[in-house]
Ligand binder design. Structure first.
Ligand code: SAM
Length: 247
């Protein structure tokens, strides 16, 4: 594989087959339970029009659609979208799109950004661009759900080094935090070639998110700490889940 130095890390790594091998054991049942809990909680209009922003191969989109919503899933990775397209139907569509830009203005009742699909950029301006775009894409009083990690718990429990063998490939993983970003360095060999990739996610705290929402025209309605939608607790919660309304 020839590396393109001009590509941002997330455009490169998430588009490889190795990313999908490393994360192939993601819990589908857990994702579906989360979506059921969310839809039970959100009072969305019948046949609500939804956007799954950074949808990957579409696991949440497919289930949202199964539960009766009109869904578009978008992601920067053309390989992931190519695979998600196999699930398309009249009310479920997928497209390649960069979440920093507006896809369709004033179109959606709800936008979902799930499983730590935020904070990949180096500048706060890009975080603001994502939220401003979400605001423009929502209908008046539309809802955005952002599901991020609880950085306090993640940093306190960081496993610095581990190896995982999946599909005959040994992935060597090293994690660190530099006070700003959480890094995951992933190296492995396959068919005689050595590869290394880095995931880099900003350690965005609850307080920082609140500032970002304030700056981009959202009212925070709820903050949950796990997929069962229990209240957020900085020391114990696994997740940091915001439900915000467009002002
Ligand atoms: C951790 S994965 C989560 C995928 C999906 N939400 C799920 O739960 O399976 C993050 C996703 O964000 C996508 N992504 C990264 N940067 C993006 C960008 N600028 N615009 C759109 N999608 C992006 C990646 O391609 C990847 O599919």
């Amino acid at each position: 594989m020839v590396k393109d130095d001009k590509k941002e890390w997330f455009a490169e790594w998430f588009d490889t087959s190795y990313y999908h091998i490393l994360y192939k054991h993601r819990d589908l049942k857990e994702a579906e339970r989360f979506i059921s809990n969310l839809l039970g909680f959100l009072d969305l209009p019948e046949n609500a029009n939804c956007l799954d922003l950074a949808c990957g191969k579409g696991r949440h989109s497919v289930y949202l659609n199964k539960l009766g919503l009109k869904v578009t899933g978008v992601d920067l990775s053309s390989n992931s979208i190519g695979s998600a397209k196999e699930f398309e139907n009249e009310s479920l569509k997928f497209d390649v799109h960069d979440m920093r830009e507006v896809y369709k203005s004033n179109e959606y009742d709800a936008i979902f950004n799930l499983f730590t699909s935020f904070g990949y950029f180096d500048s706060d301006e890009d975080n603001l661009n994502v939220l401003r775009s979400i605001n423009k894409m929502l209908k008046p009083e539309g809802i955005v759900v952002i599901d991020f990690m609880n950085v306090h718990k993640t940093i306190n429990n960081l496993v610095e080094s581990e190896s995982k063998e999946i599909d005959g490939i040994t992935f060597n993983i090293k994690r660190s935090f530099d006070g700003d970003h959480i890094y995951k360095n992933i190296s492995f060999e396959d068919k005689g070639h050595a590869y290394s990739f880095q995931e880099r996610v900003q350690g965005i705290t609850k307080e920082k998110f609140l500032d970002l929402f304030e700056a981009t025209g959202f009212t925070v309605k709820n903050i949950f700490g796990n997929f069962s939608l229990d209240a957020f607790d900085e020391n114990n919660s696994d997740r940091l889940i915001f439900i915000c309304e467009k002002k």
